[in-house]
Design a protein around this ligand. Structure first.
Ligand code: HPA
Ligand code: ZN
Length: 345
């Protein structure tokens, strides 16, 4: 059934979105730090936040572009100090994800944001793995952790971080590349990504969020990634969309993030319809939900209303996320079966 007007969400589609077994492939754990938890951790760790209240902190989340967001996001990470802080952060995200019907998640974490402040990598990874294990026991959410490098830092720092993470590599599924896109090209990281692959890790990278479609093609070329995070600018170039289809590369789009960081003026301006029509394996994700006003369900609802998506589109988006994940073949089969039931109603 079609919605009456662009921008209004059909109640049946809303119920279908609630039922979808969701797989989240693009969420930064640091980006799930809600102001309430930030204040709790600030008190616990004796750290002063530059805001008088939770309300004031949330009200400050007005961004003009990616960099204006990253400045706030990195500063808030100062409250994450002890192993239990990383566990609490991860648990809080999983509770919200569970409420949204997430069954499997592959979250990013940025170790350099914390090791640069003197936090031992063992506490960062240990706390996150504690939280993921507890979340799996409590909610049945399976996961694959992604260690992401900050591209604004030198490649030598990424190499050092990969070496420091060696004791935990059997618990990490992939490496990623994030932070400021413009002025920080992917090519210098080719050696780091090749080394990660030789260690048995998968690879993904942010591209085509702020920069144009050519950066998506260059990133696939240089880093041989399985997924491009964001990548929505690929829609501007049919050649790049064909490359994504032929190479079987999944895109992890984040509709709320794109509007809040002014990649697009509104949901109606998103390129996701164009990507779907070209056969690109695009997926829906939340990126930094504490900052962009909603978790994965909210992103599904917003883009469905904005682009007048139909049940068949939602089926494809959810299936793309299952198929594009690094879950085991058996887990993918389970999730695809659950998706078929959700679609059948
Ligand atoms: N882009 C780049 N780096 C990031 C993002 C993002 O959307 N979120 C957290 N780090
Ligand atoms: Zn991101």
């Amino acid at each position: 059934m079609r919605s009456d007007a662009i921008g209004a969400l059909d109640p049946e589609l809303s119920l279908l979105i609630d039922r979808l077994p969701k797989v989240e492939l693009h969420v930064h754990l640091e980006g799930t730090l809600e102001p309430e938890l930030a204040f709790r951790l600030a008190l616990r760790n004796g750290i002063a936040l530059p805001f008088a209240s939770v309300e004031e902190m949330r009200a400050a989340y007005e961004f003009s572009d990616l960099q204006s967001f990253l400045n706030v996001y990195y500063a808030a990470c100062a409250v994450l100090v002890a192993r239990e802080d990383f566990r609490d952060l991860t648990r809080a995200y999983l509770a919200r994800a569970h409420a949204d019907g997430v069954r499997h998640v592959e979250p990013f974490f940025d170790p350099q944001t914390h090791t640069e402040r003197g936090i031992p990598i063992a506490d960062v990874i240990g706390g996150i793995l504690d939280g993921l294990a507890e979340g799996e026991r409590e909610y049945g959410i399976t996961s694959g952790l992604i260690l992401s490098f900050l591209r604004h830092l030198p490649v030598e720092a990424a190499d050092a971080e990969l070496a420091a993470a060696e004791p935990w590599l059997d618990r990490i599924v992939a490496v990623g590349l994030d932070s400021s896109e413009i002025g920080f090209p992917p090519e210098p990281f080719a050696g780091t990504f090749a080394r990660a692959r030789s260690l048995g890790l998968r690879t993904v990278a942010h591209a085509g969020e702020e920069a144009d479609a050519s950066l998506v093609a260059r990133t696939i070329d240089a880093l041989e990634v399985s997924r491009i995070d964001h990548g929505v600018r690929a829609a501007d170039d049919p050649t790049v969309m064909r490359l994504l289809v032929e190479a079987g590369v999944t895109l992890t789009a984040c509709p709320n993030s794109n509007v809040r960081l002014r990649v697009f003026p509104s949901m109606e301006g998103s390129t996701i319809r164009t990507l779907l029509d070209a056969g690109v394996a695009v997926t829906i994700n939340s990126d930094d939900p504490a900052y962009f006003g909603g978790y994965i369900g909210d992103n599904y609802r917003g883009i469905t209303a904005g682009l007048d998506l139909q049940a068949a589109d939602l089926h494809r988006l959810a299936a793309n996320a299952i198929n594009g994940s690094f879950a085991t073949a058996a887990r993918k089969q389970e999730l695809l079966a659950e998706l078929a039931l959700a679609i059948a109603g």
